[in-house]
Design a protein around this ligand. Structure first.
Ligand code: UDP
Length: 412
């Protein structure tokens, strides 16, 4: 059996004060024909990164509206996760080799995990490339199988895309964040474009008093009387923590008291994270105004929320980004974000209105300086950012999208 992940209970009714009664009633109507439907979401990690984050809310909410939903994770050793991290990088376009040995490791673990997958389900949603071979090795069994791609595959390395295309083409439904992520040679009976969302009631996103947020941030040594720039991200080359440090250095020339926090959780399926955190620490050198923190320092969801609330400017200088929940989260807290103009970030950051989109270190520094030096405008952009999230990127919308997709699949 694959490992099941426990999730806390959640009630849809609690979301009515945030999104309105009409949305909640609409979701209940969508769930009506799906009562008792058996749903399983399968991914590679129970902790770290946006996918695990979303399941903690979506799975309990699916249960609350009457579906029999669960979350399972596949198993693997380092040799597998080293290959899947290469797949993540290759599918996002990195110029790296994909050897026959790597392919066979991926196939072997997918075959072994498929053999462990038990139970009967109406809807099986497989997330990301790590377990994408489960359908191939398990075979169709009467359920509806969907593959959900969370990464930016708009410019994939062909060696990787061509290997994955036959596996993902076996799925009845493909779910992507943007249509352009569907590469050549892949088609589905159902293609759903669904953007990720955040849970406004999770400890990370629930309202937090500024004082409390500042106290939490101060407990990590940050001087809360001085300006703070933050980027929250796994330590991953595509999140460009080194570029954030370079941009911060430009800002510091004009505002010497500025500080930078780079906060990142170490996901269990991301062995490259430790290498990249070391690289980031080396790049920061002896500058003690740069704080490099992760979950092993005790940074959990609440602390991430505190950093997002207490920062003067939040940056997400990614060079590839499937969607970027770390953009949505601070926007919901009323912070404009300076984000890389890639992947799902432009869906969220409307340039000049809910934040700024940037392509270079210099542009990033310039926009950060602008926000630090124009606090009133920054506050207005932050307020617009929050409304943009309320309208588009809260978990209730995600739940509705899944319910719609399941009904379409059930209807054939
Ligand atoms: N996250 C966290 N602690 C950290 C760093 C990240 O809880 O130290 C969370 C972050 O708040 C967000 C998720 O991990 O909810 C990252 O999702 P995103 O879509 O931004 O990126 P991914 O890691 O999936 O590429």
């Amino acid at each position: 059996m694959l490992q099941r992940v426990d999730v806390k209970r959640k009630a849809l009714a609690d979301y009515a004060p945030i999104v309105g009664d009409e949305i909640v009633a609409g979701i209940r109507a969508l769930a009506e024909p799906l009562q008792g439907a058996r749903v399983v979401h399968i991914n590679a990690t129970a902790f770290g990164g946006g996918v695990a984050e979303m399941f903690s809310s979506l799975v309990p909410l699916m249960r609350d509206v009457g579906l029999d939903a669960e979350w399972q994770v596949i198993e693997g050793e380092d040799e597998f996760f080293n290959v899947t991290k290469a797949c993540h990088n290759g599918l996002q376009g990195m110029d790296i080799a994909f050897t026959e040995k790597m392919k066979s490791i991926w196939q072997r673990y997918n075959e072994a995990n498929a053999a462990k997958f038990e139970g009967e389900y109406d809807f099986i949603v497989i997330h990301d490339p790590q377990p994408a071979g489960l359908l191939h090795y398990h075979g169709h069994d009467g359920g509806h199988w969907a593959w959900r791609c969370h990464i930016d595959t708009s410019h994939p390395n062909p060696a990787y895309w061509n290997f994955f295309a036959p596996y993902i083409s076996e799925y009845e439904a493909g779910i992507f964040t943007l249509e352009q992520y569907v590469g050549p040679g892949v088609s589905f009976d159902h293609l759903a474009i669904i953007t990720p969302t955040i849970d406004p009631l999770s400890p990370k996103n629930a309202p937090m008093a500024e004082d409390k947020a500042r106290d939490i941030v101060a407990s990590f040594g940050v001087d809360v009387t001085r300006p703070l720039i933050t980027q929250i991200s796994r330590f991953d080359p595509w999140k460009d923590p080194l570029g954030v440090i370079d941009a911060y250095r430009i800002v510091k020339e004009r505002i010497p008291e500025v500080q930078l926090a780079l906060v990142g959780s170490m996901a269990s399926d991301d062995p490259e994270g430790w290498y990249y955190v070391d690289k980031t620490i080396r790049h920061a050198g002896e500058d003690f105004d740069v704080y490099i923190l992760h979950n092993f320092h005790g940074v959990g969801g609440l602390e991430v929320g505190a950093f997002q609330t207490a920062s003067d400017v939040v940056v997400q200088k990614s060079t590839r980004e499937g969607f970027g929940l770390v953009v949505t989260e601070p926007m919901w807290k009323g912070k404009p974000v300076v984000g890389g103009n890639v992947g799902g970030i432009p869906l969220q950051v409307i340039d000049g209105k809910t934040g700024f989109l940037v392509d270079t270190v210099e542009a990033c520094a310039e926009k950060v300086l602008y926000l630090l030096e124009h606090p009133e405008e920054s506050a207005q952009m932050g307020a617009d950012a929050r409304e943009h999230v309320r309208d588009n990127f809260l978990t209730t919308r995600h739940l509705a999208d899944y319910l719609r997709l399941f009904s379409q699949l059930a209807a054939g």
